[in-house]
Design a protein around this ligand. Structure first.
Ligand code: DTR
Ligand code: CA
Ligand code: ZN
Ligand code: ZN
Length: 314
């Protein structure tokens, strides 16, 4: 910076210099530390979780529905993996439609517990099937991201908490129970909730929730980096577990690859797949099995989950 009067330091020059020091950067100064990039989430690992959930459904009457053995076995599988990876886990019990339901909450030790970043997905299926896309896909991606946090021994600035919800299919029952039983103090500590419900649809779209702008940008920027266009999720606000958090004033966001609505010709032109066909023809059906997954969509979205968890907790 050139001083206006050589040899004399004017007040203006001092203020200008100070502002450079405070607000701007001086040429050659070290750049702010970048956020460590999230690791690639191995698609094979995510699909291995789906295979486990499929086996659980097959061994328990063909479903993983609320109040049935298949749901509790699904939760026990997820919990065992997290316990082995160093998480502090807790099972939250509730009753719905006369049956006992369970949420699984997993805290990654460390980080500022006054700033909690949450990522979650519902673990229950409908009674008619195994629920592999809906919502084994979200549950497996969140689980593998949590395991990746452990493998990396991530030490984020904010505290990380992961959740798998029960009885979403009965009307967001588990997630609403969780939010409603939080103290207002604990609720105010949640800086963001990321929801993943159906992220591997066989005829996929790439939808980003348009709720919190910062969270939305985190996801949109990630997909822009992949060269994948996204659309705002419009299939119905309040139709998944982010809704109770949003109603409580928590910033929310998430990803979705589509359900029973048909893909348009314009969407097929930008994403591929089949126009005029549902994003997921097996939505809430017995054919929602491990064959009802698009690997590319599941891989891209699993990596996007990790990207957002790394970035928003840094
Ligand atoms: N309610 C979810 C599926 C679903 C339908 N629309 C949206 C929009 C955003 C996320 C999920 C959904 C279910 O059946 O579990
Ligand atoms: Ca990946
Ligand atoms: Zn569903
Ligand atoms: Zn769902």
């Amino acid at each position: 910076m050139k001083l206006s009067v050589p040899g004399r330091v004017t007040a203006t020059a001092v203020v200008a210099a100070a502002s450079l020091l405070v607000g701007g950067s001086i040429a050659g100064a070290a750049p702010a530390p970048a956020v460590a990039a999230a690791p690639d989430i191995p698609l094979a690992n995510v699909k291995a979780h789906l295979t486990q959930l499929q086996s659980i459904a097959t061994a328990n009457g063909g479903n993983r529905a609320h109040g049935r053995a298949g749901y509790r076995a699904s939760l026990d599988y997820v919990k065992a993996r997290l316990d082995a990876a160093g998480y502090t886990t807790a099972i939250q019990q509730f009753t719905s439609s006369g049956r006992t339901g369970y949420n699984l909450i997993a805290d990654w030790p460390g980080g500022d517990t006054d700033q909690v970043v949450m990522a979650g997905s519902h673990l229950d299926s409908v009674i008619s099937g195994a629920g592999i896309n809906d919502n084994g896909s979200g549950s497996a991606a969140v689980l593998e991201t949590a395991l990746a946090v452990s493998r990396a021994n991530l030490q984020p600035t904010k505290h990380l908490r992961f959740a798998w919800w029960g009885a979403e299919e009965l009307g967001l029952v588990g997630s609403r129970h969780y939010v409603n039983t939080l103290s207002s103090t604990d609720r105010s500590k949640i800086t963001g909730y990321l929801n993943f419900d159906m992220i591997g649809s066989p005829n996929p779209g790439y939808f980003v929730y348009d709720d919190d702008p910062a969270i939305e940008k985190t996801f949109k920027d990630y997909f822009t980096g992949l060269g994948v266009p996204t659309e705002i999720e419009t299939e119905g606000d309040g139709r998944s577990d982010h809704a109770p958090f949003k109603s409580a004033g928590v910033p929310v966001g998430g990803l979705f690859t589509g359900a029973s609505r048909a893909k348009t010709a314009a969407q097929a032109a930008k994403w591929g797949g089949t126009s005029g066909q549902a994003f997921d023809r097996c939505y809430h059906s017995s054919c929602d099995t491990t064959s009802n997954i698009n690997d590319t969509a599941l891989d891209r979205n699993s990596d996007a989950v990790a990207h957002a968890v790394w970035e928003l907790s840094s």
